[in-house]
Design a protein around this ligand. Structure first.
Ligand code: TUI
Length: 315
């Protein structure tokens, strides 16, 4: 049993959110996580409002527990999706890849709990001032679009900077890392990579197999030259993109063009050559497929053992 301001605020059994991963986190996965006692999150990714409404309906048909939607703020549909989430009275809204401040008043007025993902103390203070209900501090160990600072350094600095509850993300896949996050001051966790191999996660089996086979050093960060670094498993595509960023004859537009559609090619097509299999540095410790509920229960059982044993080296 664990009680924090996050379990109270969200009305859930476990203070754990599933990351809103583009092309991966749909209404079915979100419902499985919510039914497991955590918070499932649907990714609105680059999709239009019809897709988002459809996934919300699927999620609502599968669970009566709290769930959320993640707005990827670089999406061309972000403003329209933001309005739909207010209309739909989505219980929890998370955001990523930008500043959500323009939308926060509308979401709060609609009754949603607003939890932006941030990757720096400055951004944490900005969204807290704008009225965010809680915050997800995501370290650079995470998969996908990432910031510069590691979870170990970011979480305590964010906890010191804001009064709202902090959820730690990036580099968390088991109970030891969960315990560490709570000791750093976090009151909740967000996991992406571990939920990639949930049985209810409908990505291509090739993606799951790559995560299950990955070693610690098997991720690579591309996109630094474009100002939006992205961590993915090493693949022929990601290695080539990495090389091309050092080639001054290749323009930024050409790099952007190469990246577009690459996550879809991984998650939907399982394209080992041309896919971007986004995953965090914890991929190396993920070795089995389990249901979302099993993942959550195992995490918190391990965490409890770990925290109870934490004083063993003190005398
Ligand atoms: O958003 C994510 N992870 C993502 S989004 C994504 S789709 C994409 N694909 C290719 C290129 C770019 C995006 C794949 N993975 N995580 C949450 C996150 N948000 N990480 C970092 C941030 C972030 C970064 C800058 C949040 C706020 C921020 O503010 C900058 C500013 O000052 O506006």
């Amino acid at each position: 049993m664990i009680t924090t301001r996050i379990t109270e605020l969200l009305g859930v059994q476990y203070p754990i959110l599933q990351g809103g991963m583009a092309w991966i986190a749909d209404g079915k996965l979100a419902a499985a996580v919510s039914n497991g006692g955590g918070v499932g999150i649907i990714s609105a990714m680059n999709a239009d409002v019809d897709y988002v409404r459809e996934q919300i309906a699927i999620c609502r048909s599968l669970t009566d527990k709290p769930f959320g939607v993640n707005v990827m703020l670089m999406s061309p549909f972000a403003a329209e999706v933001a309005e739909v989430l207010a209309e739909e009275q989505v219980p929890i809204i998370t955001t990523g890849a930008g500043s959500p401040n323009a939308y926060i008043p509308r979401w709060l007025e609609a009754g949603s709990i607003v939890i932006p993902v941030i990757a720096s103390v400055a951004m944490a203070k900005k969204v807290a001032r704008a009225g965010a209900s809680a915050i997800i501090a995501e370290g650079g160990e995470a998969g996908g679009h990432i910031g510069e600072i590691s979870t170990m350094a970011l979480v305590p600095q964010v906890c010191d900077a804001v009064d709202i509850p902090v959820i730690a993300a990036g580099g968390i896949a088991d109970g030891r890392q969960a315990a560490a996050a709570f000791l750093l001051g976090a009151e909740g966790l967000q996991l992406g990579t571990r939920f990639l191999v949930a049985t209810e996660c409908d990505i291509h089996q090739t993606y799951k197999d790559k995560v299950l086979k990955a070693k610690d050093i098997d991720t690579i960060t591309t996109g630094k030259r474009l100002g939006h670094p992205v961590r993915a498993l090493k693949s022929p595509f990601s290695r080539r993109l990495f090389q091309l960023e050092y080639d001054s004859t290749v323009t930024n537009e050409e790099l952007e063009e190469l990246g577009s559609g690459s996550l879809r090619r991984a998650a939907v097509d399982g394209d080992e050559q041309e896919g971007a299999f986004m995953a965090g540095q914890v991929a190396g410790m993920i070795t089995k497929e389990q249901s979302a509920a099993e993942i959550i229960q195992e995490m918190f059982a391990e965490m409890e053992t770990c925290l109870r044993g934490a004083t063993k080296c003190l005398r």
